[in-house]
Design a protein around this ligand. Sequence first.
Ligand code: MN
Length: 254
Amino acid sequence: MALTEYKRKRDFKKTGEPAAKPAPKKVKGASRFVIQKHAARRLHYDFRLEMEGVLKSWALPKGLPWKRGEKHLAVEVEDHPMEYADFEGVIPEGQYGGGTVMVWDRGTYYVYGEQPLKSLREGKLHLLLDGKKAKGEWTLVRIRGRDGEKNQWLILKTGDDAKPISSKLDDESAKTGRTMKEIADARDAEWQSGRAEDQSPTSQFKARIREAIKKKQKMNLLERHTRALEPRRRRVGCRLQSRARKAVVLQFRR
Ligand code: MN
């Protein structure tokens, strides 16, 4: 067979090349993908594909499937701006999507058929991912009409099985190597979602607590500041008092 030689020469676990199909060509304006681990009200993974200058996005409650034939829910969500692809940090509590965000994986993607937009419209994207963690084929299939309340898709593991990610690697940023906790503790980057606040009771409650802590910290600072000034004020007060007393005494003497 013609492909025997092709197969013999390659260790597919190492190269990540599909065993029999040649990889699709790179499409202009459609090449980057990112998966962000997002500890919002519910932990999920946001799967994003660069297309036409925006990030087409799906929320994956269970992340990627690894075993051939396995499928996970993928809920299509609003497009995100390209700048968001590199964001790793914290979305303030009380804002839409409040919580910690990790750049879980990123890399290049290819679409079989090489027409990503057409495939997207038709509701079937046969992908080849070349990331740090995700390597190989996956397929996104829409399972409800575009006008449905929720745009539900499935992401299927197609092609070969992939080795599942260890829990250590699952909690390691592809951008900085940090864990979710380290990202949350560092708070070195904030993303203002600029969207209506998350009105869920839990989120609102957390936001109120955060505000209260902030206020309390401000009060403590103010108190310390006031206390530091106090002795001086007292001294000044005494001087004024004694001056006033002297004045009174002088008045009586007259
Ligand atoms: Mn999200």
